[in-house]
Design a protein around this ligand. Sequence first.
Ligand SMILES: Cc1ncc(COP(=O)(O)O)c(C=O)c1O
Length: 410
Amino acid sequence: MVQNEAHIIPANIAPDPVSGNTQKDTNTMQDNDTYSFDTIVDRHNTHSSKWDKYKQQDIIPLWVADTDFKVAPVIQRAIEDRMDHGVFGYTSTDDQCNQVVADYYQKKYACHVDANWVVWVPGIVASLSLAIRSLSTQHQQVLTPDIVYPYFHTTPAAAGKQANHLTMTYAQNRVRIDIDALEKRNAQGARVMLFCNPQNPGGAMYTRDELRRIDDYCEANNLVLVSDEIHADIILDKDKKHVPYLDVSAHALNNSIVLGAASKAFNVAGLACSWAVIANDDLRQAFKDEMHGIISEINPFGYTATLAALSQGDDWLAAMNRYLCGNRDYLLEELNAIKGLQMLPLESTFLAWVDVSELKLEDPCAFFEAAGVGLSPGSNFNDTNFLRLNFGCARSVLEEAVKRIKAALI
Ligand SMILES: Cc1ncc(COP(=O)(O)O)c(C=O)c1O
């Protein structure tokens, strides 16, 4: 990697040119066993969307949802082995690849998935579109959470449909669909309901009871639920458990499209690989038909990384979740001690959702950029009171960001 822009990383968090470690590494390496999430990897000159946004500017990028962590050694080795082969032609999956996904659901959630229910797609956003296009042929409306990852609002419109926003609640500081309001709502005109669990932004994980009520609503209204579970492996508290939608009931299994990927938890989003689990033969066929001539094959590195992550990545993932839990707790304490900021206590994701409304800023994002910290505007997710902060980075980077936020506000 080219190192000539290292000066943009503040001097006190820059890596040692020989070891690649920061001062902090040597202090905390023990805590993170063999994986040092404290190590700063210089991502300049790698076409990183996250880092290139503020090229040549002294702004710490804490916006788009990828982490700055180097991948698990098992993924690195698997990719190196594949690369050594030297031939990278068209690549397709076989039953064994699908079985790795099925085994993952069994091992992780004690939940049965048939290998032939798995459909590989280069990205989750593509699957949201495919689901809408394949299922809403006779229907104009698509139900979608109101405060959510932006593509939930734009993919229906791109498919010529209308995004019908579902009311959210912030009760108990968990951002989620207001199920009481949902149950009173007429879903007429919709066949598809988009759903995000864990919820981005906000990081709430829906409970099994909440999922059951949503499934009942879908059954009563003849809806297919498309469950985006891309953040499912990022769990910040040991006692919390993700419930895949397909595990909720026989109806949910037969009337859903469940989307998953290794991309967020294992930081391989750039390798463009995800899967859809579609148990219902008709829904799966319609989805596949919609892919024809539009969706390309997954690249060989995408498969390699995903299969290595699912089958051998548990140990690394547990260590990363512990590290992220530490980052979350650190941020909660620091940000909530600053007058005018209120960070919600998230259960999943590395994306803090911070209420800045008390500050009464005209352009909150620009304010913090001027302070040297690049965040995502809440308006992207349909709530202008908030900013989203990506804490999937070395603690020392976060500490520097907090220092800058304090300097701007205190
Ligand atoms: C909830 C959610 N879905 C989908 C995506 C993007 O998925 P992909 O890159 O596989 O299209 C993101 C990325 O941040 C996300 O947070």
